[in-house]
Ligand binder design. Structure first.
Ligand code: GLC
Ligand code: CA
Length: 546
């Protein structure tokens, strides 16, 4: 594997709408992000994944773009975006723009042109099919956001494909003119000095529509290689492919050096395993450590010498890490720190989702109207019509709804958590009086400072970045532990994933170690005996002395 400058970097994801509002309109914006760059610098991150800030009617909060080369008025201006790029760079932070090119907004000029008729030169930028014999959609393909994946264009009587909302028409990646436009747009962003791209649902662009194959279509990897050659492959950029469908074998296709595709893949195996086989995310299964260990182990092993993984517990589409994998109550701090240690001691690039570094939790709004996410709102309607009860659907939203991650960032204990002086576009989590950045910065042993230590450790210890992964104590029901090895060095990482103390009997090979405890959040452990008494959610990493 070739060594890259970003291998030891940590990415921080910003969901702009919910991060910081600088002008009191209740919506986070670029000015707000600029005002918090010192905070991010203090955390030590080197990359920001910026969720979309482009011009958009905001049907899906910016994942529906109507102009790739302008900024949404509510987020700011292109000049402010240039300032953000420059000010971040001055702090050694690079910005990854969110590249959403599986679809555009229905207000994008290409789509407005396409609607003008079958002869319009932009018609073929999108995917059209004739109605079925009964006038209905061409087939039963279903949108991720509910209802048919086909929408009728009344003027022509044809349907266009939309895998997400009907205001997000899919681009036709069989059309070379689409490639040329997208590549040119990407090159203009690269020229502005960004660090690269996070690529939204990139596994869908090779779709084979008539076979109803959307993910992993036959042209997918050829399209990515072509994009690499035409754009970011010419420089030292970071590219992250969001790929819900990726298997470890696919991940190697995306990210092995000789493939010349992407830097790394962002896959969801450890998330999807807690979704119901038929009901999906709306009926979640309880966390089960054995299954979790199996999935993480599979990915760590498969990508150990080639390819590169993204490491994350949460993002803007997922529940909060501590609510999903830890404990929101008594052990919130301990479990948040344990999860942080586990994540940062795996092989790959860690991602911190805004608020994770202070242990923000899921939210439970009383009524459906308080939710804002198009997916939760649409699916609530659709599934109630199908006979699902209000209570069942609300419990699905509480467990896995995307607004869990989208409540405003909690900066301090003042009104609206210091996020805005106006009315926030979505309710603030009521726990902001206790859980907020100001409180975390003031408390020397807070979750924030634990994250800061972990981010710094990756820069000091190549073993955390490049060490081979090997699980130990594999059958243990509460503990997830592994070794990292690099040259003559060995690091032992132990995580108690339970709220109970655990007596851990160590195999002989791990007994009588002495060394340096790189990180812990109880009493540091410098030596190992035959057994250990682990505290609830205790974790530590011990570098064996030579
Ligand atoms: C990705 C984004 C999600 C968005 C969808 C459609 O999964 O992360 O937020 O709704 O793509 O663009
Ligand atoms: Ca604002």
């Amino acid at each position: 594997m070739k060594t890259k400058w970003w291998h030891n970097a940590v990415v921080y994801q910003i969901y702009p709408r919910s991060f910081m509002d600088s002008n009191g309109d209740g919506i986070g914006d670029i000015g707000g992000i600029i005002s918090k760059l010192d905070y991010l610098h203090q955390l030590g991150i080197n990359l920001i994944w910026l969720s979309p800030v482009y011009r958009s009617p905001m049907d899906d909060n910016g994942y529906d773009i109507s102009d790739y080369e302008d900024i949404a008025a509510e987020f700011g201006t292109l000049a402010q975006m240039d300032t953000l790029i420059a000010q971040a760079k001055a702090r050694d932070i690079h910005i990854l723009m969110d590249l959403v090119v599986n679809h555009t907004s229905d207000e994008h000029p290409w789509f407005l042109e396409a609607l003008k008729g079958k002869d319009n030169p932009y018609r073929d930028f999108y995917i059209w099919r004739k109605a079925a014999a009964d006038g209905g959609p061409p087939n039963d393909f279903h949108s991720y956001f509910g209802g048919s994946g086909w929408a009728l264009d009344e003027a022509s009587g044809d349907y266009y494909l939309h895998q997400f909302s009907k205001r997000q028409p899919d681009l036709n990646w069989d059309n070379p003119r689409v490639h040329a436009e997208v590549h040119a747009m990407m090159n203009r962003w690269l020229a502005k000095g960004i660090g690269g791209f996070r690529m939204d649902v990139i596994d869908l662009i090779g779709k084979e529509v008539d076979r109803q194959i959307m993910a992993n279509g036959k042209n997918l990897h050829a399209l990515i290689r072509q994009m690499n050659r035409a754009t970011f492959g010419k420089g030292d950029y970071v590219t992250v492919g969001e790929a819900w469908s990726a298997s470890p074998e696919d991940a190697l296709l995306y990210s092995a050096d000789d493939r010349e595709e992407l830097s790394m893949v962002f896959q969801f195996d450890h998330i999807k395993q807690f979704w119901d086989e038929t009901e999906g995310k709306w009926r979640s299964k309880p966390f089960d450590l054995a299954g979790f260990k199996t999935v993480i182990d599979k990915w760590q092993t498969a990508l150990s010498h080639q390819g590169w993984n993204s490491l994350f517990w949460s993002n803007h589409d997922l529940p909060r890490a501590v609510s999903k994998f830890g404990d929101e109550g008594e052990f919130r701090e301990a479990s948040a720190k344990m999860l942080a240690t586990a994540l940062h001691c795996l092989k790959g690039t860690p991602y911190i989702y805004q608020g994770e570094e202070i242990g923000m939790t899921n939210v439970r709004f009383d009524t459906v109207d308080e939710y804002r996410d198009i997916e939760s709102l649409n699916l609530y309607q659709e599934r109630l019509q199908q006979g699902v009860s209000h209570e069942d659907m609300m419990s699905g939203i509480y467990a896995n709804g995307r607004d869990n991650a989208r409540t405003p960032m909690q900066w301090d204990s003042s009104e609206n958590a210091g996020f805005t002086t106006g009315t926030p576009w979505i309710g603030v989590n009521p726990n902001y009086r206790d859980i907020n950045v100001a409180a975390a910065l003031a408390q020397p042993d807070s979750i924030f400072w634990h994250y800061q230590k972990l981010v710094a450790l990756r820069k000091q210890h190549p073993i955390l970045v490049y060490g081979d992964f090997q699980q130990v104590l594999t059958e243990h029901p509460q503990v997830f532990a592994w070794l990292r090895t690099l040259g003559d060095d060995t690091l032992l990482v132990v995580n108690n994933f339970s709220r109970e103390p655990v007596t851990l009997h160590l195999p002989e090979s791990l007994q009588n170690w002495h060394g340096e405890c790189l990180i812990s959040h109880y009493t540091p452990r410098h030596t190992l005996a035959a057994s250990l008494e682990l505290q609830p959610y205790e974790s530590f990493a011990l570098l064996k002395g030579r």
